[in-house]
Ligand binder design. Structure first.
Ligand code: MG
Length: 160
């Protein structure tokens, strides 16, 4: 059985994952509008990955005898100036998510809840990948410059 405190904290993380899903969907809409269909499709996949994180967390809470809830999710940003700005924002956002996951894990350690610690480690590892992916795209856009942006767009559109 999960503690009420951890249940609350994990439900807070569900809201954070839903916020992430909405943020990436909003980025996807902006990118599509600007003609970057590859980046847009990449962002839609990113958005559904975040939704999956929320499902995983809900499933875990329920397995441990708690209640999974959908709480208020704040509105997300709707416009950017360039694709570079979009991916810079995505990178910053992932760094914030990493901090939230770290805090959750600290709480599980404090409570001595080994199952929740084990559950959360996959997200610690996931965040290493998420940060590296976003900062990798930022670096590539910066290095290749405006002329190559549509090549990158095409390349990222191939994400499966
Ligand atoms: Mg996530």
């Amino acid at each position: 059985m999960i503690s009420k405190d951890l249940e609350k904290a994990l439900n807070g993380q569900i809201a954070a994952e839903l916020f992430s899903a909405n943020l990436y969907l909003s980025m996807s809409f902006y990118l599509e509008k600007e003609g970057f269909n590859g980046f847009s499709s990449w962002m839609k996949k990113q958005s559904s990955e975040e939704m999956n994180h929320a499902y995983l967390m809900a499933g875990y809470i329920i397995k441990r005898g708690g209640n999974a809830t959908v709480n208020k999710v704040e509105a997300v940003k709707q416009t950017w100036k360039t694709p570079l700005e979009v991916f810079e924002d995505a990178y910053k956002h992932e760094c914030q998510i990493s901090k939230l996951i770290d805090k959750l894990l600290d709480q599980a350690i404090q409570e001595g809840d080994k199952a929740t610690q084990d559950f959360l480690w996959q997200f610690v590892r996931e965040q290493v990948e998420e940060e590296a992916t976003a900062s990798g795209i930022v670096d590539r856009i910066k290095r290749m410059g405006d002329k190559a942006i549509f090549n990158l767009d095409e390349q990222y559109g191939k994400r499966v």
